[in-house]
Design a protein around this ligand. Structure first.
Ligand code: AGP
Length: 613
């Protein structure tokens, strides 16, 4: 949440900062701002709302001269989205400028102390406190790095900071604790950013900073310090993916681009991990002895990643015969779950920085459980902290509503399932081979869910139903997990009230909400449960619901006897079917969102990575 960027070099800074912010807008879009050292003063421009407002205000950056500065795109936590609460924040006497991603937990106490010391505040933010605290120490020591160190030592909470001092031209300081921050090396110029896409146009050589790191840099030099303030070497990594991965490349929105990238992404997750017909997880260290003694698996995550966990329960339990409990990270961290050495905790997170998920990981480690993270963002906090990590390798996902990250997380669940089941001998060789064979074709089958015919059909149904006020998604077994994800997609980007239920649960309460015209999306792909779900469909139709059916090709004729509106997807092995079933639901949410004139990629009130509790 919130994106920060910093540039220090010889080029005009503002256009570079705006360009960087445009790649970080997915992290928050309540306001944006830049501060550039211009003619010896810290010049600030900031505007409430989307980056486009700021862009227009400063003529794409041309209006502010100066060759170094910091920029910020905000997801509001402390204080409403407004010009005054926007970053960068300048300290009272105008000597220090700060951009911040994270939360300062003790800011009220610090603010009160600073007010007593004569500092004045203008915003409601915690960040303005940081700027003033640094300035307070700067006034005392006349030493910028020392002032930063002293101030940071007093901060409680999480922060990635970019800091400028008016009295020390050509120098920038950045600090990281529990919020992501990278340093980018250029030729005669250097960068900081919350995420790689912000600076990838200018450099591929980056350092993922560690917690507690401070970087002091000019355009030609850089010094790294660790949490103890000792000078350290940080070895740069070369980014091997292309900037086009983080651009729309002709698509209208990132979401539809990412939906269409799913075949490639899923293939990229699966195929390097299948060798000679067997799953090979080089990345994990789960021995046969450990797995044979395993008593329980928790799957801990938030949002869509949690729904992958809900699907994982059906998939892992069926194949491995080990109890699996999916649990929301925000609950897990305070629920005192029973766990120990014989518990495996799977942590799922696209961003690798979700606050609740990270805290849950720490809780699991504290109790001696083994942690295995499924993460997309390389070098992220969760990836670094877990005992083992399996990267999904989906490439950057920019749309706030996840699609390809969800699909690749699910692919990792299949791989882990096969790996464990084989190790502990709960799967027959014939079944194992049947799944491997289908896994290797999964990308092609996902492509068949994205044909122009299917897209046109879904667009047609979206036109029929986009005005509904309420929607219900019903299904059984893995279809129920897919309903949760399909329902979240619809509410998230189309702002339609939507609920997902196990189809058999309807008559225990929710059916009272069904009335003439209520939309029910019924997902029925599980062979043995098809008829059961159809009975539930008949029950809601009898009460006036409009039903959209999602099923597999083999059931198409049958389902049409009950429901006229149907989308069918190819059939695959039952364990892998959710990877195909989800696609029409993603497309449905996308088209409904467009028809309702919503901001598909940046839905209201949300941000891509949720780094606050
Ligand atoms: C899904 O579309 C969401 N935007 C959201 O639910 C997301 O999956 C959740 O916030 C978890 O994020 P993470 O995977 O980065 O931890």
């Amino acid at each position: 949440m919130c994106g920060i960027v910093g540039y220090l070099g010889s080029r005009q800074a503002s256009p570079i900062l705006l360009d960087g912010l445009s790649k970080l807008e997915y992290r928050g879009y309540d306001s944006a701002g830049v501060c550039v050292m211009s003619d010896g003063v810290l010049k600030v421009a900031k505007a409430k709302g989307r980056l486009a407002n700021l862009f227009g205000m400063i003529d794409g950056g041309k209006a502010i001269t100066g060759t170094y500065g910091i920029g910020h795109t905000r997801w509001a936590t402390h204080g409403a989205p407004s010009d005054i609460n926007s970053h960068p924040h300048i300290a009272d006497a105008g000597r220090i400028a700060v951009v911040h991603n994270g939360i300062i937990e003790n800011y009220i106490k610090l603010k009160e102390e600073l007010i007593l010391k004569g500092k004045h505040f203008h915003s409601e933010t915690d960040t303005e406190v940081v700027a003033n605290l640094i300035e307070y120490y700067y006034d005392r020591f006349q030493d910028f790095p020392r002032a930063v160190r002293r101030a940071v030592a007093q901060l409680e909470g999480s922060y990635a900071l970019g800091i400028l001092c008016q009295d020390l031209p050509g120098t920038m300081i950045a600090v990281k604790k529990e919020s992501p921050l990278i340093f980018g090396f250029g030729e005669g110029e250097n960068f900081i950013a919350s995420d790689v896409p912000a600076i990838l146009k200018y450099t591929r050589k980056v350092v993922y900073l560690n917690d507690g790191d401070t970087v002091i840099f000019t355009k030609d030099s850089v010094r790294f310090y660790d949490a103890f303030n000792d000078p350290v070497e940080r070895v740069p990594e070369m980014i091997d993916w292309d900037i086009s991965a983080a651009e729309k490349c002709g698509y209208d929105h990132f979401m539809i681009k990412e939906i269409h990238e799913q075949p490639k992404a899923v293939k990229g997750t699966i195929s390097p991990r299948i060798r000679d017909g067997r799953v090979v997880l080089d990345d994990v260290n789960l021995t046969r002895e450990y797995l044979e003694n395993l008593k329980k698996i928790y799957i801990v995550a938030c949002g869509s990643s949690y729904y992958v966990g809900c699907l994982g329960k059906y998939i892992l339990e069926k194949a491995c015969r080990i109890p699996v409990e999916p649990i929301l990270a925000s609950e897990f961290r305070y629920a005192e779950p029973v766990m120990g050495k014989d518990t495996l905790v799977l942590i799922i997170s696209q961003s690798g920085e979700t606050a609740d998920t990270k805290a849950a990981l720490e809780e699991a480690k504290r109790h001696g459980a083994r942690t295995l993270a499924i993460v997309n963002v390389v070098g992220s906090a969760i990836a670094k902290e877990a005992d083992d990590v399996i990267y999904t390798w989906a490439g950057p996902e920019i749309a706030v509503a996840t699609t390809k990250a969800f699909s690749t997380q699910l692919s990792v669940i299949y791989l882990i399932t096969l790996h464990i089941a084989e190790m502990i001998g709960t799967i027959k060789e014939e079944e194992y081979q049947a799944i491997i064979c289908e896994l290797l074709k999964l990308d092609q089958k996902i492509s068949l869910c994205l044909t122009p015919e299917i897209t046109a059909k879904i667009r047609y149904y979206a036109e029929q139903y986009f005005k509904v006020h309420d929607a219900f998604f019903i299904g059984r077994n893995v279809d129920c997990g897919i309903c949760m994800e399909g329902s979240l997609k619809l509410k998230e980007i189309a702002y339609i009230h939507s609920e997902a239920y196990a189809a058999g649960e309807l008559k225990h309460g929710p059916i009272s909400l069904i009335e003439e015209g209520t939309l029910v999306v019924a997902v029925a792909t599980v062979d043995s449960l098809f008829e059961k779900t159809m009975s539930n469909v008949k029950e809601v139709r009898a009460r006036g619901a409009e039903v959209l059916g999602i099923t597999t090709e083999n059931f198409e004729t049958e389902i049409k006897k009950t429901i006229p509106s149907v989308v069918s997807v190819p059939k695959t092995h039952p364990m892998l079917q959710p990877s195909l079933t989800i696609v029409p639901l993603q497309l449905f949410a996308y088209h409904v969102s467009l028809l309702r004139d919503c901001d598909v990629d940046k839905p209201r009130n949300l941000a891509k990575s949720v780094t606050v509790e």
